[in-house]
Design a protein around this ligand. Structure first.
Ligand SMILES: [Zn+2]
Length: 67
């Protein structure tokens, strides 16, 4: 149901689990780009992914969901 012209108060999110990583961390943001940026930082710090390539970003982008 869409009500009264208010913007939907949702953002986007992704969890490490969503991409098959055994980790309970999740990131969220207002925009997909924000989510990807946070996911990149998390991957670097906590998953030792030194270079987050475009392939990573493309595959993550597909898994991001509304929330
Ligand atoms: Zn993680």
């Amino acid at each position: 149901m869409v009500g009264h012209g208010e913007p939907r108060a949702i953002g986007h999110g992704i969890a490490s689990k969503d991409v098959g990583v055994d980790c309970s961390h999740r990131v969220s943001g207002k925009t997909v780009d924000e989510v990807l940026k946070k996911a990149t930082e998390h991957a670097r710090k906590d998953h030792n992914i030194k270079r987050v390539t475009k392939d990573y970003l493309d595959s993550w982008r597909k898994k991001i969901h509304d929330e």
